[in-house]
Design a protein around this ligand. Structure first.
Ligand code: ZN
Length: 433
């Protein structure tokens, strides 16, 4: 290990490095924000990030898992720490009124759509570059390997899997610990931690119920998929109410139900899209099986001419933060930002594909699970936070725009500095230990 420096000095050294690189990272952020790209189309975004990392002296590989970027800084013996940021944007029309707001559009499966970084992934990847600069500047203070991952397609739970399938760990080495962060409408300058079950597993399941269409006046000569679909929707409610233990937080939402064209035609088929969330991966699998069982049984009850079809649109596992890893990062963040700026993050029903990087079974990379910690950086400026009703972080959050809102904007200077320092101090908890 190279010269271990006292916590107070390390804090000052990180702050100084953050200041030295801040303007450059902010300029990069604004570019990324103004020119968002959809999942797996992050060509310009990843080019900008790769160039920035290269100019900092990192060993950079492009096109990992289609548009992903991996950057390594090998700095002697010691553990490998992986820092992950995501890059993709959303089909939302930006309404923030910023002078660098996006006016971009792109061709998607549904025609031309507006584009916006409404989830702050531009902030996440900019902070990875910021942390890269801090760590390069502090090279004499640590030893080991820093592995930076700019991941595509988080919004469709595709990018982490694509990078793993492209041989992320075989080609670049297997990290000892994985760290990641997401912005949240909490006080800017604060960092939220939660051990254990932090975010939900998610499956988006498409279902096709096949009927036999005909004239609306002659139902006896048809099999009506609308009636079957209606039974399916109500019967699915019994999974959460009757099959899942009450202490578990499970959601089954039918977000799409489509059939037919007009009143006097019985359609040939009905289509459903179902969103499933839970915090236990084994229970999650059982819930998906229950849905299939109920759909099959209702099709049998309605004597459909053909079995129903199921198609998983996308899915990810639950995010279970490793308690020991969280505690180590939390202590580093308390030293960096002050104990008062570290809060207990409430569990979120949202989902992430980040846990695939640590979960050997779901990630499909073999060996043991890799411990990970995923934390939340506050994105609400102090003034706005003070005037927001509520006492706890959870109460105040209910009154603030959440990610995916066209008004959501986490990219203030305090949050950006915090995001850079949070990644660097987190990595140094292993590399300068
Ligand atoms: Zn996000």
């Amino acid at each position: 290990m190279t010269g271990k420096i006292p916590a107070q000095e390390l804090r000052g050294a990180i702050d100084a490095q953050v200041e030295a690189t801040f303007e450059r990272v902010e300029a990069l952020y604004r570019q990324l924000h103004q020119y968002p790209e959809l999942s797996f189309h992050e060509h310009e975004t990843s080019r900008r990030l790769a160039e920035a990392l290269e100019s900092l002296g990192y060993e950079v590989t492009r096109g990992v898992g289609r548009t992903g970027v991996v950057a390594l800084l090998r700095n002697g013996d010691g553990p490998t720490v992986m820092l992950r940021g995501d890059m993709d944007a959303l089909p939302i029309k930006e309404e923030t009124g910023l002078d660098f707001a996006s006016r971009e559009t792109a061709e998607s499966g549904n025609g031309q759509v507006p584009l916006m970084h409404a989830c702050g992934h531009d902030l996440h990847s900019s902070c990875v570059v910021g942390a890269a600069a801090v760590m390069a500047g502090l090279k004499a203070q640590w030893s080991g390997t820093l592995m930076l991952v700019c991941q595509p397609a988080e919004e469709i739970f595709g990018g982490a899997r694509a990078m793993l399938e492209d041989g992320l760990y075989e080609r670049f080495g297997r990290p000892d610990v994985i760290l990641g962060q997401h912005n949240m409408p909490a006080l800017a300058g604060s960092v939220g931690h939660i051990a254990g079950r932090a975010m939900a597993a998610c499956t988006n399941l498409a279902v096709t119920i096949h009927g036999a269409g005909g004239h609306g006046s002659m139902p006896a000569q048809a099999v009506d998929p609308v009636v079957i679909a209606a039974h399916v929707v109500t019967r699915l409610q019994t999974i959460v109410s009757r099959e899942v233990p009450p202490e578990e937080g499970v959601v089954v939402t039918v977000g799409k139900l489509q059939a037919g064209t007009q009143a006097n035609i019985i359609p040939h088929f009905a289509e459903l899209e179902i969103n499933i969330r839970s915090f236990d991966n084994a229970l999650h699998t059982r819930v998906v099986e229950s849905i299939k069982r109920i759909v099959r049984a209702e099709c049998e009850a309605g004597s459909t001419p053909k079995s129903p079809e199921f198609h998983i649109l996308n899915e990810t596992v639950a995010l279970h933060n490793d308690a020991t890893t969280v505690e180590r990062v939390r202590r580093a963040h308390a030293a960096q930002f002050g104990e008062a700026n570290v809060y207990a993050m409430p569990r979120l029903n949202g989902s992430e594909d980040f846990p695939l990087f640590g979960n050997t079974e779901a990630g499909g990379f073999g060996g043991e699970d890799i411990p990970y910690a995923y934390w939340f950086i506050g994105a609400t400026p102090a003034e706005r936070w003070a005037e927001t009703p509520g006492k706890s972080v959870a109460e105040k959050m209910r009154h603030l725009e959440m990610p995916h809102s066209p008004y959501y904007f986490p990219g203030n200077a305090v949050t950006m500095r915090t995001g850079m320092a949070a990644l660097a101090s987190g990595a140094l908890a292993w590399l300068a230990g």
